[in-house]
Write a protein that binds this ligand. Structure first.
Ligand SMILES: *Cc1c(COP(=O)(O)O)cnc(C)c1O
Length: 396
């Protein structure tokens, strides 16, 4: 029955036990082991103002609260606010800033994050500043007394650079700024940014947390209760909240997150090793390959390398581009599609697909060339994935 789990014991639970049980207490009315989905906009009150803690579902909904509790527990944060997408989560977190506030971000953030900072919030007086250099020193050179937020992803997309969260957190905190880490690629199963000093952890739950390519969602986890005050106000005021069915799907995804991330990481590492040195490829990028520029840091921050492998085709710009396109057209188990993090394997050509909005010179200077292909390695049988990339490479 509900109430039998002692809250104290939950803090001692390990990752998957939390993922399966926090916010999943049996329904006190029926005993239903899986809590019901609450598709209600409103809540009946016994007398005006006398309610059971819920008034209106934009403000709060039991299915959403269950997801928020679970995500907060998995990230080791105090609280979580769920949103209708990763972008809604990003926009709401940026809305905590005021005109004149500076946000210092790694330039190679998710395109939609860059777009929100540059083309939405800059118009409201927020000052976004970007660095192309992932080293803590480059952040130290940009963070000043006006800086309220430092923003990074680790690993980044699609070059999989890892940034030193502990060092950058110290730099942010020295001037009173907060550190936000977009943990979409690693997920809390592989890396918990709050344990390295982050104040906010952002997710596009659309990716690994949902895990089945069937839902769009986002979340922000905060390190302490005080940070949730303004964010919870904005979650309700702006109203970019997820519906109960979407929350249910994400919570179901969380229950298998650790298992999936283990398999994604194992498949991706094996595939990266298999592809390494292939005659048609100039580069195979994976954080847990020893020749990755951030290998030591990746090993320190993550307990698995994640499910993304990036490959670059050999040859001059045109030849490499044609090879990359033929590879994407030739895969049979992998599907050519945007997004990532689902159980099914995907390939994506960032220059034409996800990163097309970045001007070519800037994109290429960052290493996102026309010969680059991003693989989101799923949890299918490794031998089938290996056979598929091998046959597609012969056609590339
Ligand atoms: C997809 C993604 C987002 C945006 O999330 P949506 O759910 O698509 O709005 C933000 N950050 C990263 C790293 C992403 O991959």
């Amino acid at each position: 029955m509900a109430g039998e789990h002692k809250p104290e014991s939950k803090n001692e639970w390990r990752f998957s036990t939390k993922a399966i049980h926090v916010g999943q207490e049996p329904d006190p009315v029926t005993g239903a082991t899986v809590p019901p989905i609450h598709p209600t906009s409103t809540y009946t009150q016994a007398s005006p103002g006398r309610h059971k803690g819920y008034e209106y579902s934009r403000s709060s909904n039991p299915t959403r609260v269950n997801l928020e509790r679970c995500l907060a527990a998995l990230e080791g944060g105090a609280k979580c606010a769920a949103f209708a997408s990763g972008s809604a989560a990003t926009a709401t977190l940026l809305a905590t800033l005021a005109p004149g506030d500076k946000v210092v971000a790694f330039a190679d953030v998710y395109g939609g994050t860059f777009r929100l900072m540059k083309r939405v919030f800059e118009g409201f007086g927020v000052i976004p500043v970007f660095t192309d250099d992932p080293s803590p020193n480059s952040f130290a050179g940009l963070v000043d007394s006006k800086t309220k937020l430092v923003w990074l992803e680790s690993p980044t997309n699609p070059l999989l650079r890892c940034l030193d969260m502990a060092a950058i957190a110290r730099i942010a905190h020295a001037t009173g700024a907060k550190l936000a880490v977009d943990n979409t690629f690693a997920t809390p199963a592989l890396q918990t940014p709050i344990s390295f000093g982050a104040d906010y952890v952002l997710h596009s739950t659309t990716k690994y947390i949902g895990g089945h390519s069937d839902v769009i969602g986002g979340a922000v986890v905060v390190k302490d209760d005080a940070l949730m005050e303004r964010l919870a106000f904005l979650q309700n005021a702006i109203g970019g909240v997820p519906g109960p069915w979407d929350c249910y799907l994400q919570q179901r995804g969380l229950k298998t997150l650790a298992l999936r991330m283990e398999r994604h990481s194992a498949n991706a590492l094996a595939l990266a090793k298999h592809l390494k040195g292939h005659a048609k490829l100039s580069k195979v990028i994976y954080p847990f390959l020893e020749d990755h520029p951030d290998f030591a840091l990746a090993k320190k921050q993550m307990c698995g390398g994640g499910g993304i492998v990036t490959i670059v085709f050999k040859g001059g710009p045109d030849a490499a581009k044609q090879a990359a396109i033929r590879f994407c057209e030739s895969v049979r188990v992998f599907a050519c599609a945007e997004s990532l993090g689902g159980v099914e394997s995907l390939v994506c050509h960032p220059a034409i697909m996800t990163h097309a909005s970045i001007p070519k010179e800037i994109r290429e200077a960052r290493g996102v060339t026309d010969g680059l292909v991003r693989l989101s390695v799923g949890i299918e049988d490794l031998d089938d994935l290996v056979a598929d990339v091998d046959q597609a490479l012969t056609k590339a």
